[in-house]
Each structure stands twice: as structure tokens, then as C-alpha cells.
Design a protein around this ligand. Sequence first.
Ligand SMILES: Cc1cc2nc3c(=O)[nH]c(=O)nc-3n(C[C@H](O)[C@H](O)[C@H](O)COP(=O)(O)OP(=O)(O)OC[C@H]3O[C@@H](n4cnc5c(N)ncnc54)[C@H](O)[C@@H]3O)c2cc1C
Length: 168
Amino acid sequence: MSKTLHIIGGGMAGSEAAWQAAQQGITVVIHEMRPKVGTFAHRTGHLAEMVCSNSFRSDDHESNAVGLLHWEMRAANGLIMEQAAVHRLPAGGALAVDRDPFAQSVTARIMAHPLISVSYEEITELPTDGHWIIATGPLTSGALAQNIRAATGADALAFFDAIAPIVY
Ligand SMILES: Cc1cc2nc3c(=O)[nH]c(=O)nc-3n(C[C@H](O)[C@H](O)[C@H](O)COP(=O)(O)OP(=O)(O)OC[C@H]3O[C@@H](n4cnc5c(N)ncnc54)[C@H](O)[C@@H]3O)c2cc1C
């Protein structure tokens, strides 16, 4: 069995997972379908593109659960929080970032890591061996979503979201 960790999806979750594993000395391959295959919300081929609000919500780690999560991600030397600090925008007590330079910087950091490579391809089947993380988010491509649904049961899939529309 391969000792490489494969991650499907190079969004914020997949990028952070890749970073954390690689920092532990594990070889990682991120399989990201963009820019070859797009979604209705993503606009670029960058990793960690924010398709939602540019806010990571409250940064108050003493009285807000989201802020506490930020604190924990910083304590774990997380890549997303590192680059959020670099590209932070004024937003009161919230942690908001300049989304395009943020995604570009996360992509550059991932690309520069000696243990991480990125394979630009859509994964359509659920892997049957090896070590995999599926981090394809709410816009998982159709074929993979169908296979996840078949394996787990349609009623088992749910996605909860805050409403923050983007106006282009
Ligand atoms: C229109 C919209 C608005 C949103 N607004 C908010 C908001 O305001 N606040 C909030 O907290 N959340 C919001 N969300 C949810 C938001 O998507 C998540 O917060 C965040 O992006 C999740 O990160 P992720 O890494 O899980 O998924 P993503 O950032 O979507 O990353 C998943 C990656 O997987 C890739 N991928 C998908 N399928 C495949 C495949 N088969 N093979 C290879 N690669 C694949 C995609 O290209 C993408 O890069 C919104 C989502 C949408 C769609």
C-alpha cells in the first residue's frame, strides 16, 4: 500500500489538510479539478479560493467558538490562518481577507512545499485503496457526488451554510 496521502479537492479544507500532513513528513498529492473542470461559484484555478464571504467571522478566541477555532488553527501552525494574517483586511472584530491574493499565496506556499504535489484532474470514483481524504466541499463534482451518494445513502448527505451572497 502506498504511503502517500491523496487529497481530493484543493479548497481551504484540502489545502490545510495537505499542509498539516506534509509538515509531519508525509508525502501528499492534492487532486484538484480546477481549472480543467469548473464549478458554478469558483472563478480561478487557485487553491483555497474563497467562494463565500471573504470573512472568517469572529476572531475573538475568548468568547466566540469560531474565534477559538482560529486560535487552535494558529496553535497548529496552520497555513490558512498564516495567510489570512498576511492578507487581513480591516473588519472590526472579524477576520476578513483580500480573497484573491490570499488564494494566490496559499497556492504558492503549497506549490513550494517539497512534500506536496498537485495533480490537476477530476476524481470521479471513490478510491478503493491507499490513504485518501475527500475534501471536495459543497460543490463536489457530479460523478463523485453520485458515487458518494451510492456508497452512503442519499439521505446521509447534508450541507449547512451561512448566507452571504457575492455580487460580481
Ligand atoms: C455560492 C456559495 C456561497 C457560500 N457562502 C459561504 C459563506 O458565506 N460562509 C461560509 O462559511 N461558507 C460559505 N459557503 C461554503 C463554502 O464553500 C465553504 O465555507 C468553504 O469553501 C468550504 O471549503 P472546502 O475546502 O470544504 O470546499 P471548497 O472550497 O469548495 O473546495 C473544494 C475543492 O474541491 C474541488 N473538487 C470538487 N469536486 C472534485 C473532484 N471530483 N475531483 C477533484 N476536485 C474536486 C473543487 O474544485 C474545490 O477546489 C458557500 C458556498 C457556496 C457554493
